[in-house]
Design a protein around this ligand. Structure first.
Ligand code: KPL
Length: 310
């Protein structure tokens, strides 16, 4: 397949880099400088589990690209801009592998291609330009938001299976799901617990496996399950806590994306994670005090270092 990874930060570089290990795919990473230049000059080093150097193409200009598949891995606040740029190209399918909610709808509104939803629980960290480290093996789950009916035609489930099979063969453990809304809410609950707690405490993901920080993270995840239930998505509190504990243990040494953002003084995805939970909870009249506190603390930090104005 011809594959474009739009937004090759840590997760995008890992996913694109692993896909570039096989002759089956031609991979182009749309990345920022100096990462794109380093990849063009010396290849992309995959550290950790994959221990290999691969040679995908790399560019900073994502406009007018054509491919079988575009994988979107930009931060959720950059999705509108990514959608606009991707709309100048031509793709048979677009897969969102992003944190937070609402990304698929934003992409679908701008791009004339079937949009697949996905979740990824791999741990990844960009060590330096041209070097990404896999800090925890996880899983990719992908599928159509409505189980298939928004796919371009009756081939939609074949298309998802084809993409999933290609990911698997390259070494990315991938499952196809017909209950993506439920999967996205589960991933939201995992991120709502792990990300702000590790970001505020400057810890790795194992900090939410046990101890007082784990209780805060579990409360945030439980509240998210209650909001999902109120929104008509069947999800129980025990399930999301188990899922979060599994990810925290599986990516124990990983620095969550939000902890990486805070450590680097960058804007975080708080709005589309805990902020989204609070917004939906308010509309559905569900109490989410832990999500409210975590959202307030991260937003206060963002304002304090000038990466947030509102
Ligand atoms: O998605 C993640 C993130 O860091 O944003 C997890 C699954 C928590 C892995 O660190």
């Amino acid at each position: 397949m011809e594959i474009v990874v739009f937004g090759a930060g840590s997760l995008g570089s890992l996913v694109g880099g692993v896909l570039a290990r096989t002759d089956e795919h031609t991979v182009t990473l749309v990345a920022r400088e100096p990462h794109a230049r380093a990849i063009r000059e010396s290849g992309l080093r995959l550290g950790g589990e994959f221990d290999e150097t691969v040679t995908p193409d790399a560019t900073t200009d994502g406009s007018n690209l054509a491919a079988d598949l575009a994988i979107v891995t930009v931060k959720s606040f950059d999705t509108p801009a990514a959608a606009e740029t991707l709309a100048t190209g031509a793709f048979d399918a677009v897969l969102s592998l992003q944190n937070g909610m609402g990304n698929e709808e934003t992409l679908a509104a701008a791009i004339d291609a079937p949009i697949l939803a996905g979740t990824a629980t791999y741990g990844a960290i960009l060590q330096e330009p041209g070097v990404v480290e896999c800090t925890g093996l996880g899983e990719i789950v992908l599928g159509w938001l409505d189980g298939g009916s928004t796919g371009s035609d009756s081939n939609s489930s074949t298309q998802a299976t084809h993409i999933g099979g290609a990911f698997d063969r390259a070494g990315l453990e991938t499952a196809i799901a017909e209950d993506m809304p439920r999967r996205l809410w589960t991933k939201l609950a995992i991120n709502a617990g792990i990300n702000p707690v590790t970001a505020l405490t400057g810890t790795t993901n194992d900090a939410v496996s046990s101890g007082p920080a784990a209780e805060v993270a579990r409360d945030a995840a439980r509240e998210t399950a209650r909001v999902a239930e109120a929104a008509g998505v069947s999800l129980c509190e025990r399930e999301v806590v188990t899922a979060m504990d599994r990810v925290a243990t599986g990516t124990a040494a990983n620095t969550s994306s939000m902890a990486q953002d805070v450590a680097a003084g960058r804007r975080t995805e708080i709005d589309s994670i805990n902020g989204y939970v609070v917004e939906r909870a308010t509309a559905l009249e569900v109490d989410v005090p832990t999500n409210q506190i975590l959202t307030t603390l991260i937003r206060t930090w963002e304002r304090g270092c000038g990466v947030r104005t509102a």
